[in-house]
Design a protein around this ligand. Sequence first.
Ligand code: GLC
Length: 561
Amino acid sequence: MAPDRRTDWWRDAVIYQIYIRSFADGDGDGLGDIAGIRSKLPYLADLGVDAVWINPWYPSPMADAGYDVSDYRSVEPRFGTLEEAEALIAEAHQHGLRVLLDIVPNHTSDRHPWFADALAAGPGSRARDRYVFRPGRGPDGDEPPNSWQSVFGGPAWERVTEPDGSPGEWYLHLFAPEQPDVNWEHADVWSDFEETLRFWFDRGVDGFRIDVAHSLIKQEGLPDAEDLEWPRRPVEVDGALHRSPWQPHPFWDRDEVHEVYRAWRKIADSYDPPRVFVAEAWVDEPERLARYLRADELHTAFNFTYLQAIWEAGYLRHVISETLAEQGAVGAPATWVLSNHDVARHVSRFARERSEPGSSVMQLLDLPADLDLGRRRARAAVLLTLGLPGGAYVYQGEELGLPEVEDLPDDVLQDPTWERAGHTDRGRDGCRVPLPWSGSAPPYGFSPEGSTAAPWLPQPGDWAGLTAEAETGDPGSMLELYRAALRLRRETPALGDGELTWLELPEGVLGFTRDPGFACVVNVTGTHAALPEGYDILLTSDDLGTEGRLPAATSAWLKRN
Ligand code: GLC
């Protein structure tokens, strides 16, 4: 049966991630906003993506860039109003773009009314039980209740002062102290998040990205965490990916979390057309990740094993094959992603020779960088990514070929990681620098002409050649490569959802065919690779070498002649 585009669009959608703070500033305060997004909808439609995912735009004290939400059913005034949000959703739909928002169910802001109630109501109260409060350890209760560490560094517990002024209980925060974890054993938590889903679905939102979807549920009794590696990355040994045997973790990927998503799926399915979910779940075991994608749970999940992969043909092939096998087994389409707002931009990752998978800026800083090579690989990678079966994500600015900004001065860093990790981890600001749209100097059209406020993070002085304006019409630019690939992807019946067949090619070269009549060849690290016979070239990531061969770090889309 032919797929129904109205309901199955998500099976092969290309979804553009809008990191709202850094996308476009409509009101001139140096911070991106809804007005900025609305002004760029024609750009996004012209780029050829199918949908956008917008990072949290809810009221927030911004302790973690909006992932500390104080009201899930409203809009942060610095980003705009609820009316503007509704107008944006309607206008995006008119441009043929679907809209996904970002829901943050593991924690609220410490300024959420619930947290104020929890503090005021004191130990043992129903209000306090919406969060995870425990007495401390040690004779005076002045040691954290267990050994859990926060993702941003330091203990995952903070002590509060009780209403009577005495030193009190501790609350759990797997992220910043301003992000207390909620208790998913509390009925209010279930009903409130369900109300939030309906609130936005009723306003025409097409779906949600679920923040830290593998979290939420904590093991009963909150036992100390053994020294469990997380996320557990695979290594390649003799042509296969190996992982240490899976074992349960006290707060990541607990089996009980799936009950939440079964309930959410019912809500999404009650709408016409049905709404969709994508999981942000840092679960590297493909079999464990596929559990989130069972038919009565979430639709898709980010593929972080692919994002973190090293530039090595065998490794890439294993990751791709494993993903397709495991996700196919539950009937879910794969998705492919190279960058997002939490990882070092892939041009800069690919600029390094690495033998270990990973994505953090700290893994890069000491390695020599060749940014020209990084860009060539990024160009080759996007044809691979968009040629694979399933859907794909594009992180704003990757279509311009932006590198990670690795030299932000210490005093402008805003990611809580920097402080929490005692200035040992520079965090994620380098991939969040406001986009360059036009002109030859900062703010490169990010803010309207005449704005007095500077962009919230400084932009490099040498980005004039990387603006959307400068790249438009330049056939060698990253932007025109993305536009050409996205246009061809729509026109080529073999692309999108479906299957692939691997070609057996020389070492360092990856290739596959897809029916009808399509082939993709990526020369990852090989010597000049010949193209398979019987095909014409649709698109290449760079000029071909002598005799029409693909140089290393070059890819090609082909069609059977
Ligand atoms: C997710 C978000 C990240 C945020 C964290 C805590 O990983 O992508 O930006 O800091 O959750 O909400």
